[in-house]
Ligand binder design. Structure first.
Ligand code: ZN
Length: 230
């Protein structure tokens, strides 16, 4: 192994068909619009499965998301009641040490987390919101060249973020979470290219009320420029 400060130039070409791959500096996920392969750049280029969702109408922009299938093991989960009514005291709030804690049985379940694979400050909260929706891949017509924005979240970050989303999902349940101890085992990690519509201030996920404010997406200017004038 040699150590050098010289930048290594890696040709940004599809390993399958040789076509040029588009990407911003910092991108690690590249989609080849020519042959339809998707590549993840780490030590080198490795193929990653990609599926298309919510193509929507004209003007749709495909943004990359991680789709991470996991086994969630919840070792301990303690929730508390916000308030109760009792015959003696009437309606009252729990507070301080007397919080009405209750502990759930430990459980293991399969789950799927989908969250942005591009740089945004809202990756976790978007992932939690997306968890409530059923995102299923669409059958896309072959022969239509599709363009997918490059992604900058690598696989190991995606695995770490999936755990963050898992915790966020627990926090967002309808009870008041006091404490959770969980871990995830990643079963598979693929790329979802999800159709989004650029609106005045947000990228809106097609068929959803979830929108990512442009101000929260690091490369929103370049992303909008990459789709050309509209
Ligand atoms: Zn290709």
């Amino acid at each position: 192994m040699s150590y050098t400060d010289d930048p290594v130039l890696i040709p940004l070409r599809c390993r399958n068909c040789g076509d040029d791959l588009d990407g911003l500096s910092g991108d690690v996920i590249f989609y080849c619009g020519n042959c339809g392969r998707c590549w993840l750049f780490g030590e080198g280029f490795s193929p990653v499965r990609i599926e298309f969702l919510r193509p929507g109408g004209p003007g749709t922009l495909f943004l990359p998301f991680w789709k991470v299938d996991v086994t969630v093991s919840v070792y301990q989960r303690i929730s508390r009641r916000e308030s109760s009514s009792s015959i003696v005291e009437g309606f009252r709030e729990y507070s301080g040490r007397e919080r009405g804690l209750s502990e759930n049985e430990p459980e293991t379940r399969r789950d799927r987390f989908i969250f942005p694979a591009f740089s945004t400050s809202l990756v976790l909260s978007t992932g939690v919101r997306m968890h409530r929706e059923n995102f299923l891949p669409d059958k896309m017509e072959h022969g239509i060249p599709l363009k997918v924005v490059g992604g900058s979240v690598n696989l190991s970050d995606a695995k770490a973020l999936a755990r963050g989303v898992a915790v966020g999902v627990e926090v967002n349940r309808n009870d008041f979470l006091a404490c959770v101890d969980l871990d995830i085992q990643v079963v598979s990690a693929d790329v979802y290219a999800i159709g989004c519509m650029p609106e005045e201030h947000v990228f809106r996920i097609n068929g959803s009320d979830i929108g990512l404010p442009l101000s929260a997406v690091r490369d929103s200017d370049e992303i909008l420029r990459s789709v050309g004038p509209r």
